[in-house]
Design a protein around this ligand. Structure first.
Ligand code: GH3
Ligand code: MG
Ligand code: MG
Length: 310
């Protein structure tokens, strides 16, 4: 009877708990907060499981309102399977539920009863299914994320990610009063490679350039494929002089790189590069437009050179 009576306030409390959790929507993209919220999601039913057992003096109800609470850890163990979690995260949340059930059973001397063993067996079974679900979800999400953000040919990030990074780096450069420069690369007469030797050879040239670009940047430099045979590098902390030095080094390294055509002959390789340093108060649109203008000038002036923005 006591158990049945305490069922209603517990019901109100658990609904309130989940409601508060649902309203806690800040920083959806913060991983640590997401973990905390998920931890709360399994801790709330765990607490109510313990509460219901205490209310019933340790026993498990056969019927009635309280039966639902004793079922909660199992429901949430299964529910964990819908979240894309790492094995470690899944194990941590599973441990909360397992400790709750095993701890309560041990405290009320029901651990080595048939129903106690049955509950733990069921919980372990649900964890196995949940782990499988979590890892499959995580793997699928990571694959989708990679496909949406990376260029498949070169492995560099795509234009969308680059512009997002550029906006972020520009904001922090303005905030810190630090310099930032952008380099825009366009391979010279690349269409000829495709026309004379086929697209597969062209693809190998693009891959080789991506390697040279990555190897030529300072540690904090960020590189991506802007589109076609155009690439961008963001150099946080670099003023015009330093950026020009990096551009020159990449230009020279690319000239010295060997990519052979299908007949085994080395292809002539060169690249034109525009350089622009961020101006006070400037946004990504005008910065990219300026670096694009200087790249155009490099092409106009005979290619295979680095040109600073006006
Ligand atoms: P310029 O020196 O003036 O830049 O001449 P260009 O031939 O490099 O410039 P253009 O813009 O005429 O040609 C770029 C070529 O890049 C055309 C396009 O077919 C090729 N291209 C774009 N993306 C890819 C790709 O992923 N693989 C291959 N193989 N070719 C590509
Ligand atoms: Mg081009
Ligand atoms: Mg080109």
């Amino acid at each position: 009877m006591t158990g049945e009576l305490s069922g209603s306030p517990m019901g109100i409390a658990i609904v309130t708990g989940f409601l508060l959790l649902g309203l806690w929507t800040q920083s959806r993209h913060n991983v640590r907060l997401m973990r905390l919220r998920l931890g709360a999601l399994v801790t709330i039913p765990a607490l109510f499981y313990v509460g219901s057992r205490v209310a019933l003096g340790g026993g498990l109800p056969e019927h009635g309102l309280m039966l639902g609470y004793t079922f909660l850890p199992f429901l949430f163990a299964a529910l964990l399977g819908i979240f894309p979690l790492t094995f470690k995260e899944g194990a941590a949340f599973a441990a909360i539920l397992l400790a709750t059930v095993v701890g309560s059973d041990a405290a009320f001397h029901t651990l080595f009863t048939v129903s106690g063993m049955r509950d733990i067996w069921l919980l372990l079974l649900l964890f196995v299914v949940a782990f499988w679900g979590q890892l499959s979800q995580l793997e699928m999400l990571l694959r989708l994320h990679r496909e949406a953000t990376r260029d498949a040919l070169t492995g560099l990030v795509n234009r969308r990610v680059l512009i997002r990074w550029l906006d972020r780096e520009i904001r922090s450069a303005h905030a810190a009063g630090e310099p930032l420069s952008v380099l825009l690369f366009d391979l010279d007469l690349f269409k000829r490679v495709n026309d004379n030797h086929g697209h597969l050879t062209g693809d190998r040239v693009l891959q080789a350039f991506a390697g040279v670009l990555k190897g030529g940047l300072p540690e904090q430099g960020l590189a991506g494929r802007y589109g076609g045979e155009e690439f961008i590098a963001i150099l946080p902390g670099a003023g015009e002089e330093a950026a020009q030095g990096v551009a020159e080094a990449v230009r020279r390294a690319w000239r010295e790189t060997t990519v052979s055509d299908p007949a085994g002959e080395p292809l002539p390789l060169s690249v034109s590069i525009g350089v622009a340093e961020l101006r006070p108060g400037e946004g990504s649109d005008t910065l990219v437009a300026r670096v694009d203008d200087s790249l155009y000038l490099a092409k106009e002036s005979g290619r295979d050179m680095v040109v600073k923005a006006a």
